[in-house]
Write a protein that binds this ligand. Structure first.
Ligand code: NAG
Ligand code: NAG
Ligand code: NAG
Length: 430
């Protein structure tokens, strides 16, 4: 169970300024779409293939809206790399220096610590699951293809990670690194936006059946049916923070209010703080009383599992026994984020239903509530940094969402490349 949430202390940090968009003038930029591979269980992560370098080589990168820095396992040389699908990236005199503003942005507090202006820029990221990556900032070309077929090769800064750690009890994800989609300066998205390549909007659609899509730009944002909530200005620094919510189970209030909510695609499961978690577990247990479902303490897949009179094959077999879990945001006109059983249960290999909402207090998340991949299932989740808002809409993530503008005229102009061949073929044939 990976969680890419980055600890920054103090977690609550009042921002005095506002983020401003560098490219509000780019009215109709085309978007970039990636095919996503992976699932919550048993894999535990979702990744996209990104082509980097000259000549470009493919790398599998774990999607992470919970952190900024993109990094690849790197032969600088590598002191600690994990088995990965591709050879480690080789830097080629393309170091970012410690004077670069991006270097400051990957450090906390954001200060420069340069002895000489040409020093390399070291970074270290630590995630909530105690994983980490240590290395140097470099820059190189990312080969990206717009949905209209045009290829762009912007130079972007990223981490060349030569020393990675993961918690001993955990398998490292079989990827080459992490794709940082957070809102800080180092984020790939923010860099693309500053270069005028795409709008500062990213969206993902993760299917409960596995796989899905990732979008840069706003071409795929539906013109209706999206529930929007402003990104909270009293932010948990550098995270997609939606403000405080009340917890409801089966439409009834739990009495638990004021839960700070963060969206983080780098976290496999959802984490509630102890008070919300305790209330949730007891409410779910109450609801199940008298139903043909029992505790399965022997199943260690996740901390809370239930068995039926015979093994469950899929969520379909249990979903009618469970109520939706809802987060209601009082400050935003009681906007609701609803999690149906598909968005908080998995069926383990033993045929039990296990709760995919975990106790965040046990992993040191304190009062933050992290909404992770499991709860994004079959929703288009949109992080619109240009308009400072986050949105969601129901979606069949096995299919490409409808295009907002000019869909018919695009037909025939699609030229799929390696990283998006399937999706564009489906799209062009539609
Ligand atoms: C595709 O979109 C990009 C960005 O909006 C634009 O610069 C480019 O000219 C477009 N290409 C075509 C063939 O329309
Ligand atoms: C959640 O974690 C906290 C802190 O470790 C603990 O006190 C609490 O009992 C846990 N809740 C449950 C239901 O296990
Ligand atoms: C989602 O789309 C896929 C592919 O078109 C289709 O096979 C599946 O039945 C759809 N699922 C739902 C719930 O509509």
């Amino acid at each position: 169970m990976h969680s890419r949430f980055i600890f920054i202390l103090p977690l609550f940090f009042l921002l005095t300024g506002c983020y401003s968009s560098a490219t509000s003038g780019h009215q109709s930029l085309s978007s970039i779409v990636f095919l996503v591979t992976g699932n919550v269980y048993p894999t535990g992560y979702y990744y996209v293939t990104v082509n980097i370098g000259n000549p470009p080589k493919p790398y599998w990168l774990d999607l992470d809206t919970g952190s900024d820095l993109t990094w690849l396992q790197c032969d600088a040389p590598c002191t600690k790399c994990f088995p990965a699908p591709h050879k480690p990236y080789k830097p080629n005199k393309n170091l970012v220096t410690c004077m670069d503003p991006l270097c400051a942005s990957v450090h906390w507090p954001e200060t420069l610590n340069c002895e000489s202006p040409n020093d390399q820029c070291d970074y270290e990221v630590q995630y909530a699951d105690h994983g980490s990556s240590l290395g140097l900032l470099v820059n190189d070309r990312f080969r990206l293809k717009y949905t209209n077929g045009t290829v762009v090769e912007p130079r972007l800064a990223f981490g060349c990670g030569y020393d990675q750690e993961v918690e001993a009890s955990m398998n490292p994800p079989y990827t080459d690194g992490v794709l940082g989609l957070g809102l800080g300066k180092a984020s790939i998205l923010r860099q693309l936006n500053e270069l005028g390549v795409t709008k500062n909007v990213v969206a993902h659609c993760l299917s409960a059946q596995g796989d899905g899509h990732l979008f840069f730009g706003d071409e795929f944002v539906p013109s209706s049916g999206v529930t929007w909530i402003p990104m909270s200005t009293t932010k948990i620094e550098k995270h997609y923070y939606l403000g405080a919510a009340e917890l409801l189970v089966g439409g009834k209030t739990s009495g638990i209010k004021g839960l700070p909510i963060v969206f983080d695609s780098g976290s496999t499961y959802t984490y509630f703080s102890a008070k919300a978690y305790n209330a949730l577990v007891s409410l779910l247990m109450n609801d199940l009383r008298g139903k043909q479902i029992y505790d399965a303490n022997e199943d260690k897949t996740l901390p809370v599992c239930w068995k039926g009179s015979k093994p469950f094959k899929s969520i379909q077999d249990v979903k009618n026994l469970f109520n939706p879990i809802t987060l209601s945001f009082a400050k935003s006109k009681n906007v609701r984020f609803q999690m149906d059983p598909e968005a908080y249960l998995i069926v383990s290999k033993y045929g039990n239903a296990c709760l995919g909402i975990l106790n965040g207090s046990e992993v040191g998340l304190e009062s933050v509530n992290l909404i992770g991949d499991i709860s994004f299932h079959d929703k288009l989740i949109i992080y619109d940094n240009d308009k400072q808002r986050i949105g969601w809409a129901p979606a069949n993530c096995s299919k490409l969402p409808n295009i907002n503008n000019g869909a018919p005229e695009r037909r025939g102009r699609c030229k799929p490349d390696e990283s998006n061949v399937d999706i564009l073929q489906a799209y062009c044939a539609a």
